[in-house]
Structures are given as structure tokens and as C-alpha cells.
Design a protein around this ligand. Structure first.
Ligand code: RB5
Length: 148
């Protein structure tokens, strides 16, 4: 089982490669890299779905999704019950996504966030615990929200 899964579309593949290198070489983490591995255009929902389904099957507890803005990947991932995907732009939102939202997927925009900040956000996001308490009630309520 990978400790962490990561996937991207063509809007963030070079950032993804840098992040995988950091996580494996500097952090010593086991990272499951689900692609994409080049600049050719792909459709982000398929990559989000693959990562979310693997988390749903228990193959990993956490994942990182990247696309150009992070918007498409976060929209896709949050269609899956049990996935709490947080599109973050700084260390504060990355920290709060763990403390208050127990985010199990971190989403970053490869055309928005540079590698240095992305690494700092991931380091915070991996370390920060969920606070539970009233926040548990709120995230439980997320899974009761049905179709419109
Ligand atoms: C691809 O051009 C771009 O639309 C995608 O990476 C993402 O930003 C979508 O939300």
C-alpha cells in the first residue's frame, strides 16, 4: 500500500514530477504515481476518479491531485462520497484543510502555485492532525448531502 497517491493532468505534470521526487527522496515516502507523465492533453476527471477510487478501496489514505488551476480536479474528486478534496493556495489553507476539514485529498493548481510553495503546503498538510470535535459532526454531515 502506498502511503500517498498522486495524479495530475497535463496542466501540472512537471510540478507533479518535482513533488514525487521531493516526497520520495527527501521525505522517504512511498508514493503511488498515477500519471500523467507528459504534456499531451488528457481529461482530468479520469485521473481524479482513479485516485479517489483507490482511496475508497483502501489502497492509500491520502492523495494529491494537480491540474492547471486545481479547480477541475477538486470538482471531480468531491463527487466521490468519503473524499474531502481541498483546493489550497497557501500554507494556511493547507493547514486548515486538515485541522477543520480532515481533507484526505490535497489539490494544487500547477499554473497557480510554484514548486517551493507546493512543497511547503504538502509538508504542512501531511503533518497537521484533524481536530475532531465539532468538525467531525460537520464532515459527517457532508456525506448526508444528496443530489439536488
Ligand atoms: C487544462 O487545460 C485545464 O483546463 C486543467 O488543467 C484544469 O485547470 C481544469 O480545471
Amino acid at each position: 500500500m502506498s502511503q500517498l497517491l498522486i495524479a495530475c493532468d497535463h496542466g501540472a505534470w512537471s510540478l507533479k514530477d518535482e513533488l514525487v521526487k521531493h516526497l520520495r527522496d527527501k521525505r522517504g515516502l512511498e508514493v503511488g504515481d498515477l500519471g500523467v507523465n507528459g504534456p499531451d492533453s488528457v481529461d482530468y476527471p479520469a485521473f481524479a476518479a482513479e485516485l479517489c477510487r483507490r482511496i475508497g478501496r483502501g489502497e492509500a489514505q491520502r492523495g494529491i491531485l494537480l491540474c492547471g488551476t486545481g479547480l477541475g480536479m477538486s470538482m471531480a474528486a468531491n463527487r466521490f462520497k468519503g473524499i474531502r478534496a481541498a483546493l489550497c493556495h497557501d500554507e494556511f489553507t493547507a493547514r486548515m484543510s486538515r485541522q477543520h476539514n480532515d481533507a484526505n485529498v490535497l489539490v494544487i493548481g500547477g499554473r497557480v502555485t510554484g514548486p517551493g510553495l507546493a512543497i511547503a503546503m504538502i509538508d504542512v498538510w501531511l503533518a497537521e492532525p484533524f481536530e475532531g470535535g465539532r468538525h467531525q459532526r460537520r464532515i459527517d454531515a457532508l456525506d448526508t448531502l444528496g443530489p439536488i
